[in-house]
Design a binder for this molecule. Sequence first.
Ligand code: GDP
Ligand code: IMO
Ligand code: MG
Length: 422
Amino acid sequence: MAVDVILGLQWGDEGKGKIVDYLADKYDLVCRFQGGPNAGHTIVIGNDKYVLHTIPSGIFRSNITNIIGNGVVIDPITFQREIEKLESAKINYKNNLLIAKKAHLIIPSHRWLDAASEASKGISKIGSTLKGIGPTYMDKTGRNGLRVGDLFSSDFQEKYNLLKEKHMGILNGYPDVDFDIEAEEKKWFECIENLKVIPTIDCEYYINKAIKDGKRILAEGAQGSMLDIDFGTYPYVTSSNTITAGVCTGLGIAPQKIGEVIGIAKAYCTRVGSGPFPTELHDETGEKLRKLGHEFGATTGRPRRCGWNDIPQLKYTIMLNGVTQIVLTKLDVLDHFDQIQVCESYNINGTNTNSLPYDLNMDGITPKYTSIKAWNCSLDLINSYADLPDEAKDYIENLETMLETRISMVSTGPERHKLLPK
Ligand code: GDP
Ligand code: IMO
Ligand code: MG
């Protein structure tokens, strides 16, 4: 069987967690392939709300194996908190969670470096979640990192000390930031004992065998395509490949093994942290979207920047990912609008274009909007696509035409059941 993929088409927080949890039922394996505790994937089941950072969103279904792939970076402290929450909710993860030996570890001084690096940037800061993501991936590509498999080697403490010493040297060149390294290290070493209890695997062999055995596999992305290290709004990006290509390197599978690519997009657009966002609304409409959409970060609690959907941006990420279908989320957030705006093209210094410029941060980009009549009523009790108001169907079908891609499902609320197949 091929590996299907779920990933974000905007700047993250598109509702990936909800859709993975919903679709997980159809799969045998759910695998995270990149990112780390910078992610916050929210899942609402009945009256309970869970936010996962490292653990795949298939964990609530006991018959599914969940894999944290080699492309992921793991902080044992966050990981333990996640496990504790699952335990207190009586979710049994013990028999269905596996970790790739080649996944890299975030150590406390990575978080310290993240904070110091951001402090040194002043107003040009990335707006990082400060979870140590950038410094950990830098050590991975710089060939200095520590991996989960190293936890079991007899010279682990030595390897740890070497890496920490290297960090201490770099920190000398950065501004001072508050960080209690001793307390954080104490916690970290306690938490690795719990991490070591989770079975580890050679992810690439495990997944390729599963493919051969006909298992159905879903790869779960974190962040969004516009935060991709190569193709996102650099330098205001994260430090991993968030696009479909990242599935191959993050799990150890070949490109031809990729099946459906399900792109998740909100019915509008949000971004958290710094960086360009052409359709951002700085007015009361942006505030209304934030309020109705509860647009506050699942990991940091920061208010998310809000704006309208951007067709050139979405077409770009559909192209990069080879998206075969879109799931449109948070349609209900637009329940109280008369008109919805969609940016159909950019005017860049007098020239109309559908392409993203090299630097989206450049001056002179003016989004050109088209206005679509909204439904202005609640979608709360709608249980099927056919029952959606005509204006809502018009909006969805207009998006499909502009994006030249099928929208296969529409989400109308945070809860599991609020998903309408089209
Ligand atoms: P992720 O990082 O892509 O998994 O998304 P987040 O969990 O960070 O943010 C999505 C937020 O929107 C969460 O609070 C979800 O519970 C919520 N959500 C998901 N789908 C819908 C929807 O269709 N309508 C509404 N109102 N909320 C939704
Ligand atoms: P999920 O998986 C939204 C943003 C940060 C910052 C930039 C770099 O929940 O969609 P980092 O901590 O990686 O150094 O931050 O990326 N960012 C996210 N924004 N959703 C996320 O994940 C994000 N993960 C990182 O706000 O701008
Ligand atoms: Mg999130």
